[in-house]
Design a protein around this ligand. Sequence first.
Ligand code: FAD
Length: 460
Amino acid sequence: MDKRFPLEDQIDMLASALRGRVIAPGNADYDTVRLTAAGNFDGRRPAAVIRVATAADVAAVLNFAQATDLEVAVRSGGHSIGGHSASNGGLVIDLRDLDSLEIDAKAATAWCGAGLTAGEVTEAVQQHGMIIGFGDAATVGIGGLTLGGGVGFLARKHGLTIDHLLAAEIVTANGDILVVDADHHADLFWAIRGGGGNFGVVTRLKYRIHPLPSFIGGPLILPATAEVLAGFVAAAEAAPDELTVIANVMPAPPLPFLPPALHGQTILMGMMAYAGGAEAAERALAPFRALATPLADLVGPAPLSSMYIPEDPTLRLSVTCRSLFTAGIDTAQASEILAHLDRTDAPMKVAQVRVLGGATARVPAEATAYAHRKSRVLVGYLAMYPDPAETLAQDYWAEQGITALRNGEDSVYVNFLGTEGHDRIRAAYPDMTWNRLRAVKRQYDPENLFRLNQNIPPAA
Ligand SMILES: Cc1cc2nc3c(=O)[nH]c(=O)nc-3n(C[C@H](O)[C@H](O)[C@H](O)COP(=O)(O)OP(=O)(O)OC[C@H]3O[C@@H](n4cnc5c(N)ncnc54)[C@H](O)[C@@H]3O)c2cc1C
């Protein structure tokens, strides 16, 4: 790139070479397009956001970034908790126009553009009576979610999102457009199943889709006592694989099915997901309903898409998240969780407990870069608040909460990391996985072009 030209002119030249659209500070929609989901990073102003239209566009942008020494951020759904899909002064490769979707119901596969969200793909495959297991929020991008692992409502029945992944199209740092699977670039295919965005820009993902003839799900709301929370986790561990649950301990939102006196009181909102028939679901749910008289019970036949948490697009909030894999939650830990929730004044706060096991645990640890296959419980604190200036205080609160739950355990799920930094990224991978990831990184991105992420440095 000829550095005699001002950057703006060089970006104009790039724009003329692309099928997609370049949005620079002079464009009317720049201030909307540059934002990601979390308000913490609203201050970042990239040199340009590039809404790529093809994998070849991605290759051209990567080439341009290297010629101009501009930082590269990669964005699918924009839900990075660490702000990694927002750049200050660099280039944002925004994939959301890569929204192709080819479902082959007979072969039980789906090729999905990396710009699609979990909700969009779920709605589409559901039309065929099929399903892919994503997470608990519809607007999260399948790109970031899948590359980190993907822990959701089918984790015990069908495993993580990466356990559905059959192949991916990826543009590497040197501009190669590769299709990777178990037989082609198997090392790279291994690394992108848990290693995040470190190895290239994934433009399309091919998933195995599963039939879902019957699904029973919804919120079961219980009083939030230590005994109920510990009992809930124990019941979830003992449940059949068809049942995956997420316990959200939080102040009751003003939902119409909750009595007004409960609004703002701490409740346990159990999100119950049974991938199977109604009678067996009743049996599996009985131990949870027996823990205490439910405050509300909305569990019943429903599409899986109804499980996604309702989101208000008009609310612009900053987000804090800290988490840990643990062996379980006993009554003392449950007590601590309830007490800790009272120690923040964030308007929205949740302690979330996800029980893993089942199909997730049956995949060998070395089969994918997500290696915490035997970790049974994932616990996290989340706070959401309007003023980004509160971030440090809320991070401190969440950090303290996690520290108190550590029982010698340290490992963490990479997709629930925020801005913690190297030590916590390291805790996302056991030594063997980490060393193998670094070797793959050296092969495909030796200069660490993809460093705006939970970064895995190339092996020396
Ligand atoms: C409200 C909320 C709910 C969540 N629920 C769950 C859940 O239930 N289960 C779960 O597992 N996780 C969950 N997460 C975490 C989520 O999986 C991660 O934040 C994920 O990175 C978001 O993906 P994204 O594409 O939306 O984000 P983005 O901000 O677009 O991407 C995040 C990072 O992923 C990488 N990346 C994204 N797309 C690509 C791509 N196509 N190619 C290369 N690199 C890419 C980049 O490094 C990027 O910085 C949740 C997060 C939020 C905010």
